[in-house]
Design a protein around this ligand. Structure first.
Ligand SMILES: NC(=O)C1=CN([C@@H]2O[C@H](COP(=O)(O)OP(=O)(O)OC[C@H]3O[C@@H](n4cnc5c(N)ncnc54)[C@H](OP(=O)(O)O)[C@@H]3O)[C@@H](O)[C@H]2O)C=CC1
Ligand SMILES: Cc1cn([C@H]2C[C@H](O)[C@@H](COP(=O)(O)OP(=O)(O)O[C@H]3O[C@@H](C)C(=O)[C@@H](O)[C@H]3O)O2)c(=O)[nH]c1=O
Length: 305
């Protein structure tokens, strides 16, 4: 029997690698690289997808450099918005679903201690990256069979990301100074992948997609600060003997951090933590908390070293 063919774009990134690592073996995964399909070549996208004839497309590709995006505006828009519109058009022609990822940076941010963002709250991005991601999610949501999952503060053992960069610096003996006044919802890429695999069968059966927050928090769990994430990772790394037992993460503020390292090119929301209750209701179970991703992340990093 032939397995359904799923096309994963951006399969070499951290979410793409996590998806491949936890693939349930029920599908044939087609994983083109940038050399096979460069998403800045907008006109090539639709013919590529149509020629591949997948049963579903998962787009993990993105322009994720939040500061550099303020300069490379057109490149960022081509990858995060134009390319997604071309993918959605191809999927519409094939009458298949597109699974796409967006971000908490579509929100302008609230005061610390606010309620977590829900899908009903209006987006209002404060940087170019967020604006292009909002345009991309809107292009995907033009067809009801498409699924957009907003993720945030993603960490994993795959590639250079927020978590692996912090631990690499700590292991090199550098001090970590992390902002305790910037709040979000950290999410382990392995949890994103397992959630996607739980959602795919219904999409393949023709159930509608929609917009969902896929975060490592819920309405009853507090938002995490940058410091919380770093301290959690360091604690897991100490438990795995990857760091000395007395290693500590220094808490700082965004203002202090900027005084030392300079004001970044892009503004960022102070509080952009997202509630995942809508997705939990669809799945019929709670999503894993981000802290459950700390040990597997550290174990995965250790296995590579
Ligand atoms: N990382 C995070 O903290 C967050 C991520 N997200 C979203 O989650 C999704 C997955 O992100 P993540 O896995 O972290 O991303 P990564 O940065 O790890 O991976 C991005 C992927 O996109 C590919 N890519 C970039 N530009 C092009 C291009 N011109 N043509 C073809 N491929 C390209 C990269 O290819 P190559 O391997 O060749 O570089 C890479 O495989 C994205 O939509 C992102 O916006 C949302 C919130 C937070
Ligand atoms: C590197 C570093 C950053 N910070 C703070 C200051 C700064 O405001 C903030 C931002 O750090 P970064 O630039 O690494 O993170 P940033 O690129 O803004 O992360 C975002 O990426 C995109 C792709 C998303 O979609 C978001 O969900 C989010 O994950 O963290 C520290 O406090 N200490 C540090 O050592």
């Amino acid at each position: 029997m032939q397995l359904p063919k799923l096309l994963i774009l951006g399969a070499g990134g951290q979410v793409g690698q996590a998806l491949q690592a936890s693939s349930p073996g029920l599908y044939t995964l087609i994983t083109p690289t940038r050399a096979d399909l460069d998403l800045t070549a907008s006109a090539a996208i639709e013919p590529f997808i149509i020629a591949t004839k997948p049963a579903l497309v998962i787009n993990c590709a993105a322009y994720n450099f939040v500061d550099k995006a303020e300069q490379e505006r057109e490149r960022c828009r081509l990858i995060n918005a134009t390319a997604v519109a071309r993918m959605a058009a191809a999927c519409e022609r094939l009458a298949i679903p597109l699974v796409h990822f967006s971000t908490d940076y579509v929100f302008e941010g609230k005061a610390a201690g606010s309620a977590l963002y829900t899908e009903d709250e209006p987006p209002c991005p404060v940087n170019h990256y967020g604006q292009t991601k909002l345009a991309g999610e809107r292009a995907a949501l033009a067809q009801s069979r498409n699924l957009v999952l907003r993720v945030s503060w993603v960490f994993s053992e795959f590639g250079a990301n927020m978590g692996s960069r912090m631990l690499a610096a700590a292991c090199a003996g550098q001090p970590l100074r992390m902002a305790s006044d910037q709040w979000g919802s950290p999410t382990y890429a392995g949890h994103i992948a397992e959630t996607v695999w739980a959602l795919v069968p219904a999409l393949l059966r023709g159930e509608p997609g929609g917009l969902y927050h896929l975060s490592g928090l819920s309405a009853v769990m507090p938002a995490a600060s940058r410091w919380d994430l770093a301290a959690g990772l360091v604690e897991a790394a100490i438990a795995a003997a990857m760091l000395p037992a007395d290693y500590r993460v220094d808490a700082t503020t965004q203002a202090q951090w900027q005084a030392l390292f300079g004001v970044p090119a892009a503004s960022r929301p102070d509080f952009s933590a997202m509630a995942n209750d809508k997705l939990a209701a669809r799945l019929g179970r709670a999503l894993p908390h981000w802290q459950q991703g700390l040990a597997p992340c550290v174990t995965g990093l250790l296995a590579q070293s």
